[in-house]
Write a protein that binds this ligand. Sequence first.
Ligand code: 5GP
Length: 206
Amino acid sequence: MKLNERGLLIVISGPSGVGKSSVRKALFDMPGQDLVYSISMTTRKPRNGEKEGVDYYFVTKETFEEKIKNGEFLEWANFVGNYYGTPREKVEELLDEGMQVVLEIEVDGALQVRRQMKDAVFIFLVPPSKEALINRLKSRGTECADELQERIDKAEKEYLLAYKYDYIVVNDEVNNAADRIMAIIRAEHARTERTIHKYVELMEGK
Ligand code: 5GP
């Protein structure tokens, strides 16, 4: 029986290179999960193997800026020279339907969501060490030297914002991190402020 009929917004964030997308994919591979991923929009060029409408919606700078003007993003950020944003309408539609919606976004965007969605759950993914993060960014080989350095510099500033999140999860191993996130999601469903109304109604026989 579900005591919580409202949708749950789960924001997974953390520095670039921490492994957010690997952890998110592991979370979505877990048997029986019923989460929905909010596909972001970006002006970044697709990497090898990335698919339109699966990994991102890839758009031009002009299109993105038009959408900013029209207020079509729940949040957006300019990250190392490219725009990234969460289309607002889809997320609101899914939440209204009672779905559990996952955003995987960088820190600026997560803090914008924090200001607007008071009952969302904010998870900050951290690497087991600074070296692990740098090695991961380097081994990915998807950025040129300047861009890599920019991402490392940005990550150093982003660490300091961890205290603004509800949970900190260490990504020592992708499946372990995904397990921890699933445990958080389950616990959040039982949180008193999400369930009390329904519970009282039940007890009053409504
Ligand atoms: P990448 O270029 O490596 O795919 O993504 C760069 C950064 O942008 C990552 O930290 C990723 O989590 C973040 N990102 C992806 N989609 C969004 C989004 O919709 N909004 C924001 N603010 N960040 C995003």
